[in-house]
Design a protein. Structure first.
Length: 320
């Protein structure tokens, strides 16, 4: 075991996954089948998933192993990792089999078809397999939003094969998603200090508020008239920028055009045009934050956007 741990620092994810798979299989015995599967996530990020199958169940949670490799390299014993994986498997396993036959019937899914925006270049491999519509340097893709007692809340990405099975077009998906997404994922606008206060424990926030010798996060945020646009679920909330009328409403309230900073796939930052003296500074900031603070899977774009309220149009600010 010590030799395995010493090798962990230089172990790649596939070798680690095979090690974990063998240990989980040994723990569960012949009654279960353990499978490894590479899962492509947003922006081409590949995660190594582990799936535990039994003859009684037709569905099983996918447990991603990448973060466990970091723990293993940090000295966490393999036995502890296996125990945690089995704990996740047992807690997340649906109570019974799931009937997915409804997904073949377009009339039963159409009211829950939604869209989200992703970076086009970073997802070029995935986009070959899914219906999408290009938008600036982004792409609008589609998913089925579900909520059930057995599976909880989540989404199923719509592939070309689904569209062919349903006999529908990209235009139909776009029309339905335009009707459904804002209803299921309503947009919200927040002041920057609201989100900063949510991110800090109350005691720490209160302590910072009482420090008079240096400005706290709230004072800094109030000095920058930047607001955060997201959805109520805080998941792929940057999509709110393509909701019909949303940017127009915000620009009307501000009485001017808007700059849009793609903070991540989950939210965007809105800044009035009059507050911007140097576009290049904002571009540099976006790229710096994406390169150092945002997870690769959550990057939306390195570009700065501009909303022209008279044209009612979003464009890349470099082209303005």
């Amino acid at each position: 075991m010590n030799n395995i741990r010493n090798e962990a620092v230089c172990m790649d994810i596939r070798k680690f996954a095979e090690l974990v798979s063998a240990a989980v299989s040994e723990e569960l015995g012949e009654s279960c089948q353990v499978k490894l599967q590479e899962i492509m996530k947003n922006n081409g990020v590949i995660l190594q998933g582990l799936i535990i199958l039994t003859g009684k169940r037709n569905i099983s949670p996918t447990i991603y192993l990448n973060s466990f490799l970091e723990a293993f390299a940090g000295g966490v014993p393999l036995s502890v990792i296996v125990s945690k994986i089995l704990e996740i498997y047992r807690s997340d396993m649906p109570a019974g089999n799931i009937d997915m036959s409804f997904f073949r019937e377009f009339e039963r899914v159409r009211s829950d078809i939604c869209y989200r925006i992703v970076n086009r270049n970073r997802n070029r491999v995935l986009l070959e397999r899914i219906p999408h519509i290009d938008f600036l340097d982004l792409s609008i893709c589609f998913f089925y939003a579900y909520q059930s007692d057995a599976l909880g809340t989540g989404s199923i990405l719509i592939y070309n094969s689904h569209m062919e099975m349903w006999g529908c077009s990209v235009e139909t998906l776009m029309k339905l998603a335009g009707e459904n997404t804002e209803r299921l994922y309503p947009w919200e606008i927040h002041r920057m200090e609201e989100l900063l206060s949510e991110a800090l424990p109350w005691e720490e926030w209160e302590a910072r508020e009482t420090q008079s010798d240096c400005p706290g996060e709230e004072e800094v945020a109030e000095s920058v008239p930047m607001r955060v646009l997201c959805n109520a679920q805080r998941v792929y909330g940057a999509t709110c920028m393509i909701y019909p009328g949303v940017l127009g409403t915000l620009a009307e309230e501000a009485g001017e055009n808007l700059y849009i900073l793609p903070s991540s796939v989950h939210e965007i930052l809105i800044l009035p045009e009059s507050e911007v003296e140097d576009e290049q500074y904002l571009r540099d900031m976006i790229r710096e934050v994406n390169g150092t603070q945002v997870e690769p899977e959550e990057i939306l774009s390195d570009n700065l956007y501009f909303y022209d309220r008279l044209k009612n149009r979003v464009e890349i600010a470099d082209c303005k």
